[in-house]
Design a protein around this ligand. Structure first.
Ligand code: FMN
Length: 202
């Protein structure tokens, strides 16, 4: 049982925008909930395995007939799912990669969704760092396959309180095409940090 299940995804450590925002969430959360039990999974350091055939087939194989390697993989999957089921609040901090979630996060999602088994009853907070902007009116409006996808993952599991905190223009100052958006970047990160603090205090 945990009060907070905290997932990190970015491999960029100290330079990660998503991590800098989740840091603000965690500081406020810990200040407000000093005794909270927090389970952290850093998928950049400890990725979970992709679903393989043996893990999938465990669901269709009676327990007594499962070979040891299948049983071990099944147990590991159940452990990941149980962390989700038990959490009162799930915090996901992730970049956008190629218009959606990085594959380490997708691998975790494939592990934890066990139809008819996995449910989410607590809050879900998703912190997303994007390099550009997919807002209405932007040249690539409609190209964001991450935000709606992540919301759908958790609402499909029963979550009713899902908040996405978005920071945009992370690549301003990095790629020449976005050189004019550095102010937007800084404002977006500052707003996301504030939203993260507010959410953590709620
Ligand atoms: C492999 C890779 C793919 C990326 N794809 C996109 C993308 O499709 N859209 C976008 O807006 N930014 C994209 N970016 C930029 C990141 O989303 C942006 O730099 C963000 O700040 C990354 O989060 P982080 O700083 O927490 O790692 C990509 C970055 C990398 C490394």
């Amino acid at each position: 049982m945990s009060d907070l299940l905290h997932l990190e995804v970015s491999p960029l450590g100290e330079h990660s925008i998503s991590r800098s925002i989740s840091k603000e969430f965690l500081a406020t959360y810990k200040a407000n909930n000093p005794d909270a039990v927090i389970v952290t999974r850093d998928l950049a350091i400890d990725p979970v395995p992709h679903l393989d055939g043996e893990t999938i087939n465990a669901g269709y194989t009676p327990e007594a007939d499962r070979p040891a390697s299948m049983a071990t993989k099944h147990e590991a999957r159940l452990t990941l799912a149980q962390e989700v089921i038990d959490a009162k609040h799930i915090l996901i901090s992730t970049p956008m990669w190629n218009f959606t979630v990085p594959s380490v996060l997708k691998a975790w999602i494939d592990q934890i969704i066990i139809p008819g088994h996995t449910t989410v009853s607590g809050k879900v907070t998703i912190i997303e760092a994007q390099g550009g902007s997919y807002a209405e009116g932007a040249p690539r409006a409609g190209w964001d396959w991450e935000t709606g996808y992540l919301k759908q993952v958790f609402t499909s599991l029963g979550a009713t309180d899902v908040e996405v905190i978005l920071s945009e223009f992370g690549l301003a100052g990095v790629v020449p095409a976005l050189a004019n958006f550095i102010d937007n970047k800084n404002a977006s990160i500052a707003a996301a940090k504030k939203a993260a603090q507010t959410r953590a205090a709620a």
